[in-house]
Structures are given as structure tokens and as C-alpha cells.
Design a protein around this ligand. Structure first.
Ligand code: NAP
Length: 220
């Protein structure tokens, strides 16, 4: 990716979105935090900006999604579809990066994929071809993203039906100091979504905050 993009993080007031926002801001992008509550977004943006040492803005979900070229969704699975439905009218022509892992409390360390396999593929089916839905970040812990003084020692699986959109997000991830791996079409997101529960299991078993994955055998 060449240059600076304007990126909205819907759910950026939370753990994962806040971490992604920090890394994107450090990577030189204009970052807009979205929330159901504009005041909450502005407060979170100010806190994140202080951590990043650079400007981060905040506003309501619809306002930030409207202003952005790329929209990143980081809300709990139960809120995924309702949140997308609220902003769908302004998503046409944009890339929607969906970090959703379909966790079903309380057994979040057990794989419980939805009917059809992938929660993110279901959003691509909902939105149709005018929105390029890209699955990413399911296997990167918020804990790791938020520690800006440490490199994030894991890969990011990137799945989408639209190959140029996939590459755009891989390039965006590189600006965050992470390696994105082309994981193929959106249906393959099911594997990344399932891995999230496995990683939560591993975190608990080994008493660590952010187990991740690395793909071996490829250069770069
Ligand atoms: N945490 C991780 O380490 C991690 C790692 C990989 C992937 N993920 C995925 O990233 C997503 C977000 O995870 P998270 O841990 O960041 O979640 P979170 O902190 O619990 O929530 C993120 C944000 O989602 C919004 N939200 C919460 N409940 C909502 C509801 N009922 N309706 C609409 N919006 C709601 C809230 O924003 P407002 O109240 O400001 O609207 C909240 O700040 C999940 O799908 C998760 O599986 C998380």
C-alpha cells in the first residue's frame, strides 16, 4: 500500500479494535474510532492518541464509516450482523475488514462455527459484490497489538474473494509492522475463525496472554 489511508475502526473503543487502531496510527494512517456512542468514541480516541503519540479521531459508527476508505469491524460476534446492517448503506465500493471470530460464550475455547462455516463469509453474502469483505486479525491478540514497544510475533491470515482487496489489506497490515498471509477466498476464513477458540484454549492452558500462529515455509 502506498501512502496514507483513512481507516475507520468500528468497535475501536474495545480491546482488539483499539490495538489495531494504535498500530495503524503508528503506521501513518488517519484513524477514526467508531462507537455506538460518539462521546465514548472521542474519549477512547484521545486515550489511544496519547499512547500512539499521534492524532486519532472518534465519532459515531456511521460518521466514521462514511469518512473512511477502509472500514474495520471489531465487535463481538453477537453484534457483528446488526452493526453491519446499521452501516451497510455507506459501505458500497469500500473494503470492509472483518475481524470477527464467532465465539459463543461461555465456551469460547471450543470451536463453534456458525451454519455455513464462516461468520465473515456470511457478511460477504449479506452485503453482495459491491462491498469487498476481507477477513483478518482473528488470530492476533489485543494484548500483543496494544504493546507498541514490542513487535507482534505472529502472522495475520487474510481471506477474501476479491484478490486485489486481499492484497490491499496485506499491504495495510505490513504498514502496521505485521505480516499478512494470503489465505485465499472468504470461505477459508472459517479456518482462522476456528483457530481463535484454539488459541484461547492454549492461552489458558499455558497461562499466556496472546498465543499466535506463524506460517512456515514461505519467504518474506
Ligand atoms: N480481544 C482479542 O484479543 C481478539 C483477538 C482476535 C479477534 N478478536 C475479535 O474481535 C472482535 C472484538 O473483540 P474485543 O475483544 O475487542 O471485544 P470488546 O472489547 O468486548 O468489544 C468491542 C466493541 O464492540 C462494541 N460492542 C460491544 N457490544 C456490542 C453490542 N452488543 N452491539 C454493538 N456493539 C457492541 C463496543 O463498542 P461501543 O460500545 O463503543 O459501540 C465495544 O467496545 C470480536 O469479534 C473478537 O472475536 C478479538
Amino acid at each position: 500500500m502506498s501512502g496514507r489511508s483513512t481507516i475507520a475502526v468500528i468497535g475501536g473503543t474495545g480491546a482488539e479494535g483499539g490495538g489495531i487502531a494504535l498500530r495503524l496510527a503508528k503506521g501513518g494512517h488517519r484513524v477514526l474510532i467508531g462507537s455506538r456512542d460518539a462521546a465514548k468514541a472521542k474519549t477512547a480516541a484521545a486515550e489511544l492518541a496519547a499512547l500512539a503519540g499521534t492524532a486519532i479521531e472518534g465519532d459515531g459508527n456511521l460518521a466514521v464509516a462514511s469518512a473512511a476508505e477502509i472500514v474495520i469491524l471489531t465487535v463481538p460476534y453477537a453484534a457483528q450482523r446488526p452493526t453491519v446492517e446499521e452501516i451497510r448503506d455507506i459501505l458500497a465500493g469500500k473494503i470492509l475488514v472483518d475481524a470477527t471470530a464467532p465465539l459463543v460464550p461461555p465456551r469460547v475455547n471450543r470451536v463453534q462455527l456458525p451454519e455455513g462455516g464462516s461468520a465473515v463469509a456470511a457478511i460477504q453474502a449479506l452485503l453482495g459484490e459491491s462491498v469487498k469483505v476481507v477477513s483478518a486479525f482473528q488470530n492476533v491478540s489485543a494484548e500483543k497489538l496494544r504493546h507498541l514497544d514490542h513487535p507482534v510475533d505472529c502472522d495475520v491470515l487474510v481471506c477474501a474473494d476479491d484478490a486485489p482487496a486481499r492484497q490491499t489489506v496485506i499491504d495495510l497490515i505490513a504498514t502496521m509492522g505485521l505480516r499478512g498471509i494470503d489465505g485465499g477466498p472468504i470461505g477459508n476464513s472459517a479456518a482462522a475463525e476456528a483457530l481463535t477458540s484454539l488459541l484461547i484454549w492454549i492461552n489458558r492452558k499455558y497461562k499466556v496472554p496472546g498465543a499466535g500462529i506463524r506460517i512456515t515455509g514461505i519467504e518474506g
